[in-house]
Design a protein. Structure first.
Lengths: 111, 534, 230
């Protein structure tokens, strides 16, 4: 039951998001969740004994190419989100001198 | 005419790129030309397809089984007009600044193209791409001022929205494996076959979870005041007035798609909306920062919209909620833009420190008062119309009606508090040269008044709604409004002004990021239990 | 402690709901694989069905996928500009030194990676790969260049400008099909009249453009981070 394992990866990401008190860890948790979603897509799109989705090398049954194509998009989106989040994280550190959510909220009025 | 949706998506994007590349202040006027072109195209499109919206469907590359399609209906077209109108307002308002700041114009125009795409897409994964793209651009716009607060709000917004949108993505794969396609129209015709299956119900729950984060429903609203409070006023106006509504629009579309499934969401989302409204008002009452007050009121107004939208499609209450989206876009933009001018002049955001606006800036004050009357639901202004439709829908059901009434009182109280900035002596003599900004505010205020008086014609023209049952000149309406105002005034004098401990506690209440996510998980589980187990 | 335990319980609920929906899914297992296997090559000219989806069936998505990268690049550059005084900037000092062994090997690997990246990009329509994947490999190769020569300066402005022009070109080429086939965002060569060989020319052009765009975009992002560290 591979899809179950991938769903556990997603849940690990959710656990991390709901418990980590550090911005970097939160960013990583989102990344973990994203990896879980990607694996879930690929797992559910694959059929037992399916070959790669390339016509010249395909057997009668192939893995579904659509989820794979969608996941390339998701990977690109995920990497950009991570990059943007890390850049914001660096900036937050420059301004507050810490990357702990609670300390950041406590400083500077905290609106 | 068929390809107008493509043009209106790509004209702003193309303009954005050209503006970015040339970095010339005369090229920046291209933004206005592009905006005019979109408007003309949209009007032509409206006249070409009114009444036969099924013909608007078209597939990219003519791939009918595997391609992406765009489609429009009454609701999406109304949203298109609203978006283009909002962007006109923001462009005009910021144009003094935008003439030199090409980065800002670049992000603004790109966001417009993406948002217009989000409204028209007929493909689930395409929706996901647009949602994520909106999230990223909005994050950049929030962090645009590059202060510590804006960075913090930006990362908070980015992370929580990304996790929400990922839930939406999981829902997509569940639906794809059930139906073998991600075309929204196809799924909506086939959904009754699998309407009882756990996979479909779980997909519904996950998608609603993602939408709840995007549109700031009750337990997961904490990003909104942070984000809308710190960004520049024009951006706040755009985000509060329109971009949040993207989530509500998806709420409508997804519930249309799942209409054939065995899901009874009316009661659940009514209470989610009611809680959102009450909590939003509660927080708004305690705030002293002008933009924070307005941002929390966005939450409470979203709650009111949800109360309406949660009702079944084609019921009057649903259209009340829909109309309230439009009205809220108008008056909230107006209030934010006005607050922006005032904050800039007084160099302070605190309600307690600003006095004498009426004498210093009579024009701005009049428009702000129009916005306040609209948001509190005074007769002859647009807020009254949509609130009345929602009120008529629930007038017989006791507690539901009283919740709306309490929210109304809260709104009145909070704007009585805000209105004290108008009184007092003239403190400033600075003349602000801001003709485009005044024109923008005048247009918005004018729209508020027009919608509040000619609602019968407009309702019939756009949605084919009979609104004759709502009468502005009824004594009961005035009585209701006066009652809400007087209770609000009393409440303000007795509870809010002395600044008791609970009020201070609510004001200083800050929800940490992990707690917000915790609540998101709780929300998902509650929805799972409500929709699947029960 | 109680908080985390309760959280685990909540996640367990989600897990069990997913377990039951998975039972449904394994029963249905609907895919559209057979459609792509049967028509994919003839309609798009790409033997690699993933590329056929990315560059033809769902080209509209891919345009915005490239657009996301574009937006992120300009956003990151905008955010990383130092205009406002920041307090704790002195914490971020570049302290690491690259080991010599790594540098030597990087010199060997660098041309190979570059060549491999180009191979992936150009053969995207017949073998696994394509513009996005190959672009990432090329970008990685360029990043290794920074380890070889840490003092290397990059003209970010120029790269960003080229990237924007590339995106404009991609948009224009993607919409050329409007003039040849009367519909947006598909192959400019009609599958009815042209064979798959001719169609693949379009795919190669688009793959190369996308590959360069992605490589430049990732390069810029990396450079922005590097500058932030210095």
């Amino acid at each position: 039951m591979d899809p179950l394992l991938t769903f556990i990866v997603i849940l690990v990401g959710m656990y991390g998001l709901s418990t980590s008190k550090n911005i970097i860890k939160s960013v990583f948790s989102v990344t973990i969740m994203e990896s879980g979603v990607i694996l879930l897509f690929l797992n559910l799109g694959n059929t037992e004994g399916g070959s790669i989705p390339i016509v010249s090398r395909a057997s009668e049954v192939i893995a579904d190419p659509l989820p794979q194509a969608l996941m390339i998009t998701t990977i690109v989106i995920g990497s950009t989100v991570t990059a943007l989040a890390l850049m914001l994280c660096i900036k937050v550190f420059h301004h507050y001198g810490t990357v702990e959510w609670r300390e950041i909220l406590a400083r500077g009025g905290g609106k | 005419m068929l390809f107008v949706p493509v043009y209106i998506i790509f004209i702003p994007i193309f303009t954005a790129l050209v503006i970015y590349l040339f970095k010339n202040r005369y090229i920046n006027y291209l933004a206005l030309i592009a905006q005019a072109a979109i408007t003309i195209l949209l009007v032509l499109y409206h006249y070409a397809y009114t009444g036969n919206y099924e013909n608007t469907l078209f597939y990219f590359g003519d791939w009918h089984t595997a391609g992406i399609s765009l489609v429009n209906d009454e609701i999406s077209e109304a949203f298109l007009f609203l978006s283009v109108f909002s962007w006109w307002m923001v462009l005009l308002y910021t144009f003094e600044k935008g003439k030199t700041d090409h980065h800002f114009l670049f992000f603004l125009m790109f966001l417009q193209g993406v948002f217009l795409g989000l409204l028209q897409s007929n493909d689930l994964f395409n929706l996901f791409v647009f949602l994520e793209l909106t999230t990223i651009i909005v994050t950049i716009l929030i962090a645009y001022k590059k202060t510590g607060d804006s960075f913090r709000a930006g990362i908070y917004y980015l992370l929580i929205n990304t996790s929400g949108v990922l839930m939406f993505l999981i829902g997509i794969i569940l639906l794809y494996n059930t139906f073998g396609t991600i075309n929204i129209q196809y799924i909506s015709t086939a959904i009754h076959v699998y309407g009882e299956e756990t996979a479909v119900l779980f997909a519904y729950v996950l998608m609603m979870g993602g939408i709840a984060v995007k549109s700031a429903f009750f337990p997961v609203f904490t990003w909104l005041p942070k984000a809308h409070g710190v960004s520049a006023s024009a951006i706040s106006a755009l985000l509060s007035g329109l971009v949040v509504k993207g989530g509500l629009y998806l709420f409508i579309r997804m519930n249309e798609m799942f209409a054939g499934a065995n899901i009874n969401y009316t009661e659940f989302f009514y209470w989610v909306g009611a809680l959102t409204a009450v909590v939003g008002v509660m927080f708004a009452l305690s705030q002293k920062d002008m933009k924070q007050v307005l941002a929390y009121h966005t939450i409470s107004q979203i709650g009111i919209v949800m109360m309406g939208l949660s009702s079944l499609h084609d019921s009057a209450m649903f259209y009340g909620g829909l109309l309230h989206i439009f009205n809220h876009a108008l008056f909230k933009s107006l209030l934010f833009l006005g607050a922006g001018i005032i904050i800039k002049a007084y160099k302070s955001k605190k309600v307690g420190e600003i006095r004498g606006v009426m004498r210093t800036m009579p024009f701005v004050s009049v428009f702000m008062i129009v916005g306040m009357l609209s948001i509190t639901g005074a007769p002859f202004f647009n807020g009254f119309i949509s609130k009345s439709i929602i009120k008529y829908g629930i007038i017989d059901s006791g507690i539901k009606y009283w919740i709306l009434f309490v929210v109304n009182i809260g709104t009145a109280t909070s704007f009585i508090k805000l209105s004290q900035i108008f009184f007092g002596k003239k403190t400033m003599t600075i003349r602000l040269k801001a003709v485009p900004q005044r024109v923008t505010m005048m247009t918005l205020a004018f729209a508020c008044v027009v919608l509040g008086n000619f609602y019968i014609q407009i309702g019939e023209g756009f949605f084919g709604l009979p609104l004759q049952q709502i009468t502005v000149t009824e004594w009961a309406a005035f009585f209701d409004y006066a009652l809400a105002l007087s209770i609000g005034l009393l409440f303000y004098k007795l509870v809010i002004e002395p600044d008791y401990k609970p009020v201070r506690y609510i004001r200083n209440f800050k929800m940490s990021f992990e707690t917000a996510n915790y609540l998101f998980v709780v929300f998902l589980v509650v929805m799972s239990v409500y929709f699947i187990v029960l | 402690m109680i908080r985390n335990g309760f959280l685990l319980l909540l996640l367990l609920v989600l897990f069990s709901v997913f377990y039951f929906s998975l039972q449904d899914l394994l029963e249905f297992q609907k895919t559209s694989a057979s459609y792509f296997l049967e028509y994919g090559l003839d309609e798009t000219g790409s033997s690699n069905l993933v590329t056929s989806i990315l560059l033809d069936y769902r080209l509209f998505d891919s345009l915005f996928e490239a657009g996301i990268l574009l937006i992120a690049v300009s956003g990151i550059i905008w955010i990383s500009k130092h205009e406002i005084e920041e307090k704790n900037a002195e914490f971020m000092i570049d302290k690491f030194k690259t080991p010599d062994l790594f540098v030597t090997f990087s010199r060997l690997v660098y041309p190979l990676m570059l060549a491999f990246g180009f191979y992936i990009i150009i053969n995207g329509h017949v073998s696994p790969g394509g513009g996005f994947q190959g672009g990432a490999i090329v970008a990685t190769a360029i990043l290794i260049l920074y380890y070889i020569d840490a003092e290397k300066e990059t003209n970010i402005k120029l790269i960003v400008t080229i990237e924007k022009y590339l995106y404009l070109t991609i948009l224009v080429i993607a919409s050329l099909s409007f003039f040849t086939r009367g519909t947006f965002f598909t192959n400019i060569f009609d599958p009815g009249t042209f064979d798959t060989g001719t169609q693949s020319i379009y795919l190669i052009v688009l793959n190369v453009l996308v590959g360069f765009k992605v490589a430049l975009g990732l390069w810029t992002i990396f450079t922005a981070f590097l500058k932030e560290g210095r």
